[in-house]
Design a protein around this ligand. Sequence first.
Ligand code: PMP
Length: 405
Amino acid sequence: MTGAAHPTSVRTQPAPPIEDLRCALERRRSDGLVRVRRTVESAQGPRVRVDGRACVSFASNDYLGLAGDAAVAAALREGLARWGAGAGASHLVCGHFAPHEALERDLAAFVAPCDGARALLFSTGYLANLAILSALAGRGDAIFADRRNHASLNDGMLLSRARFVRYAQPDATVLRTRLATIRARRKLIATDAVFSMDGDLAMLPQLLELAEAFDALLVVDDAHGFGVLGEGRGSVAHFALASERIVYMGTLGKAAGVAGAFVAAHPVIIETLLQTARPYIYTTAAPPALACALRAALDRVREDAPRRARLFENMQRFRAGARGLPWTLAPSPTAIQPLIIGPNAATLALSDALFERGLWVPAIRPPSVPQGSARLRISLSSAHSADDIDQLLAALHEIAQRGSR
Ligand code: PMP
């Protein structure tokens, strides 16, 4: 080649912006905050091959074992044969297909947060939360948000440009005072229904009462409750609540085993999202075949009660067997069972020691959880056998005994 050399080929140091980024990454490494991806080499399920090693996995959100379900996979294949690979456009252009429409109807009827509720599909829960908060709140409005809310709700608040006010459960008095004193055109209370790093439940009945008392909407992110609680209908059904003030968000990539999310709410709220939510309007619809798979998954969620019962049996078995461990098992009634270790390094070491024993349990560190409360996030599934649970318990007790010697 005869042309002038590319200018970067003579550089000895990376460009300053790259150097800045490299230093920031280095700081993360020295703070024990670097995240690494492991590569899964088999289908999702309780037993996976990961980085060349056979493992029992307690890492996924596949709480009902539907990610590997044969009927769901068959529905996906049939969907692909009939509807092709891609939606081709956003829902409002030409990407809204009959399977999407049918799934929205099924979901609205199943979750039914109020009489006559409608549902709207999204490609991910992250996008659904951005859509809800940015479309239902804006400048002059206020969003009251639990401190432990998922990052997607926090990002939705930023996108909305509304004022936001944080509160911490279980003390609802602070929230009540703030709701009473803060002036805003529209008020939203936004909460995870099942806190994703703790597994405990939001006080939805109290929050709904406050929403009614102060004329607010209640946004419920039920990523970890849909499919699991309330006979599968989620946390709102678990508490036997129904109200036109509830904006319900459920994800479809966790207990439902596939991908995507939906919002179920009063038809006026759904129409507002459809007409105005930018994270709904400006993105390509998920492939219609996914909606076919999800309809099969929803059949399982609705009708396969023994599957859900196995999940709850596994939780009881794990909680009973974890007594006597030197770490704090958070008081969680859901599939997420966090074991709080504290320091980042000790949590990583425990996760590594389990991995060496063929057990995959992720270490969760700040900023996903508060400083000093790093933990193992043990996710249980109805697909785990009693032996899988016992194997994890035996390894935890063995490692704890070694540590105490
Ligand atoms: N909300 C909560 C509480 C979550 O845990 C998650 C996923 N980690 C989401 C929303 C986002 O859902 P999705 O993975 O479908 O984007």
